[in-house]
Every structure is written in C-alpha cells, then in structure tokens.
Design a binder for this molecule. Structure first.
Ligand SMILES: *Cc1c(COP(=O)(O)O)cnc(C)c1O
Length: 398
C-alpha cells in the first residue's frame, strides 16, 4: 500500500516545501494534465482544428469522463456525464426531480448544506412558481423530517465546513419508502470516500471536478441520473447537445437517449482534457484503500493537534467513519491563523465564521506531512504568529 501512495504522489506537481491540505477545495496539478493540455492545444486544437471533434473524439469526452467518475461513485456505465458546474447541475437535477413528484411541494435540505445548493433551490422555486418550499432542518433532524409531504430530499453527503458525513444509504432508503426523490451532492465525496449510488438507490447525484478529482480550477462537474429514470425526465436546460440528433438542426427539441439528455451546450474541451488527465491518477487505485488511509491521516492529525494546541476546538466528528476526508477546527481568529499557516507553507483554508479546514488526500499526502503540518500549527498558535496586521486583512477568496 505504501508503494501505491508513493507512486500516486509522484503523479502530482506540488511546490517544494509546501504541505498541501486543500485538495478538498482545489486539487493540485497532475503532471499528466500539464502534458495532455500542451498536446491537446498543439496537436488537436492547433493541428486538427474543427476536425478534432471527430478525430480526437472531443464530442464523446463528457461521456468518457462520466464513466471514469462513475467508477468511483458506484454508478454504472452510461449513468454519469461530465458537464457544466455543480451549481448548474443541481439546477438540472432539481428541476428534473420536481417534474417527477406530482403535488408534493417540499424540498427538504439541511443547514449544513453548501449555500450555493440552497440558493439554487430558491432560484428553482422562484422560476417554477408552483408553490414549492425549501425546508431546512438541522443535519441530525433530516431523518425524522422525511415523510410523505416531501417531494425531494436534497443533501450534500459530506458537510463542506465540518466534514460530517450523512448516512446516504439509510436516508435514501427512508426517502424511497416515503416516495421521496433523492438528490445527493457528492462535491466532498467523489474521490474522497467510497460512494455506492446504485447500492443506495439514489435518484440523482451531482459533484465537483476540481476538488478530490483534481480536474483543475473551475473543472467541469458531473451529474448522475439513475438509469431507470433517465428516459422519464425532460431536461429544463434542453440544449442542442442534449438533443436526440443535434446535427439534424430540427426546430423542436427531442431529448437524447439516456444520460446524454443532461448535456446542454458545447463542452469546454481544454478543461475536460485537464479533468480527464487528472482522473488518470485513479487508474489502479482502490478507493477503499484511499478511505482507510484518509481516516488514519485524519485521526493522526486530530491527535497531534489536540496534544499541541489545546485552544483549538475540533469541529469535525471524532469518529472517522462519520467524517469525510477533512479535519476542521474552530479558533476565534481562524482566518488569521490560516493566513499565518499558509505563510509557513501549510496550505488549508478558512470557512466563516471561525473554521480552519484541512483536507487529507492520500494520493499525495502522507503521515510525515501530517505531523509536520501539526508542528507548524503549534508554532503559529503558541508564538501567536497569526497576530499580525497582514494576516487579519481578508482577501476576496478565503
Ligand atoms: C464546492 C461545492 C459546490 C461548488 O459549486 P460550483 O458550481 O462548482 O461553484 C457546490 N456544492 C457543494 C456542496 C460544494 O462543496
């Protein structure tokens, strides 16, 4: 197993001396992506020009990438497509889900969801104007709130701030029994832990290409639709590339077969190429081995930090089986603490109001870096290195 992770670490380009604990926000550069992008630009864009849609298979890239991602999230071939952003895919999934739910009006979510997901739901409700309502409960109250009034259960499996992990299988089963359509946001799950969409019987899922999948800044996201539902939904973003026959240029829309209909417009090929190359780091990697190592890394980090920095309060579940692949702590000056850490080459991030967040990604983070990061954090806290004007001034992106 050590050999496996030594091999995968060599696949990434991380600046010398940097301990990168923010792969949950932006995965690092895969060497393969750098090479593939350069080749794609020179040979296919530069040399093949428009022909590359066929000769280089550009047109099928979203489906090919979808299948690669599907293998990591327990989705069968042909049920995932790479497209758009997570937010836009949620819009597509939620409008499709609501078309299946008859008279029910409640979209159930929780207060640990990522705000963009809640904002998109508000936008869908306003746009449809059919009297739907977003009901937000505490994460631990979701299960009790699932009943026959709920149209759609819309959850993010791993809480972006605390790393708290929902029980997808149990919640989906309860939802199914109550006739509720489920949408799972896997932004902090895909590439972080084993997901079994088929086994859970989830209806829709969406997720992010630039976090644990290492697809690059603003990488295309993905959308999953349970195979049995694919032909029942009429996409709200019914663009030409989701049409049954885009190059007939018909004047009216007919949805394409299966997951293809969730495509809207022309895919961003350079971004898709980077994502495809980033995904090659997963070739031959067992996600269960990654999960086991990620839990061990997170457990070690918690132990080291708690021993060294008693003022920090653990915001993540202590039980590794209830946590994603990140560890978060609270500190009243969390923003400044994180800036001081970054200045000392330990890169994590800050989430308002007081969370410092560290992602643990076994593909390129090992035990040594984990202890070294805790040592730097101890120094930042004990020597109050954060208490300095330049670290208190907030940047646009935190
Ligand atoms: C990161 C993240 C997103 C990001 O959405 P974008 O459209 O890519 O900006 C959405 N939902 C969750 C839960 C996330 O963690």
């Amino acid at each position: 197993m050590t050999d496996l992770f030594e091999r995968t670490k060599a696949l990434f380009e991380i600046p010398e001396g940097v301990i990168y604990l923010d792969g949950n926000s932006l995965g690092p550069l895969a060497r393969a992506a750098k090479e593939r992008l350069a080749r794609e630009v020179a040979e296919n864009w530069g040399g093949q020009l428009i022909r590359a849609w066929n000769t280089a298979g550009w047109i099928d890239l979203p489906a090919r990438i979808g299948n690669r991602i599907g293998a990591l999230i327990g989705a069968p071939e042909g049920s995932v497509i790479a497209a758009d952003s997570t937010s836009v895919n949620l819009f597509k999934a939620l409008t499709a889900a609501l078309s299946l739910t008859g008279e029910r009006k409640v979209i159930l979510s929780d207060s640990g969801n990522f705000p963009s997901d809640l904002y998109i739901a508000e936008g869908v409700i306003r746009t449809l104007d059919k009297g739907h309502r977003l009901k937000i409960v505490a994460p631990e109250e979701v299960e009790a709130a699932i009943d026959e009034t709920v149209a759609v259960l819309m959850l993010t499996e791993v809480d972006y701030a605390t790393g708290r992990l929902h029980d997808m299988k149990a919640l989906t089963a309860k939802a199914k029994a109550a006739g509720v359509v489920t949408i799972w946001d896997l932004a902090h799950s895909a590439g972080a832990l084993p997901v079994d969409l088929s086994g859970a019987g989830a209806d829709f899922a969406i997720g992010c290409g630039y976090k644990y999948l290492n697809g690059g800044p603003g990488a295309p996201a993905f959308i999953y639709v349970r195979p049995e539902l694919q032909d029942k939904i009429r996409p709200s973003l019914s663009g030409w590339l989701g049409h049954e026959a885009p190059f007939l240029f018909d004047l009216d829309y007919r949805p394409g077969p299966s997951i293809d209909r969730m495509r809207a417009g022309t895919p961003p090929i350079l971004s898709m190429t980077a994502l495809d190359a980033g995904l090659s780091a997963w070739d031959g990697v067992d996600i269960h081995a990654v999960r086991e190592r990620s839990i061990a890394l997170c457990d070690l980090f918690i132990k080291e930090v708690e021993a060294r920095c008693p003022d920090l309060v653990l915001a993540s579940p202590r039980d590794g089986s209830r946590r994603g692949s990140q560890v978060s702590f609270r500190h009243p000056q969390g923003y400044a603490v994180m800036q001081a850490l970054i200045a000392n080459n330990v890169i994590g991030d800050f989430r308002a109001p007081d969370i410092i967040r560290f992602g643990f990604t076994p593909l390129y983070i090992g035990f040594e870096e984990t202890v070294a990061a805790a040592e730097v954090l101890e120094k930042v806290i004990k020597e109050k290195l954060w208490d300095c004007p330049e670290f208190l001034k907030k940047s646009k992106v935190t």
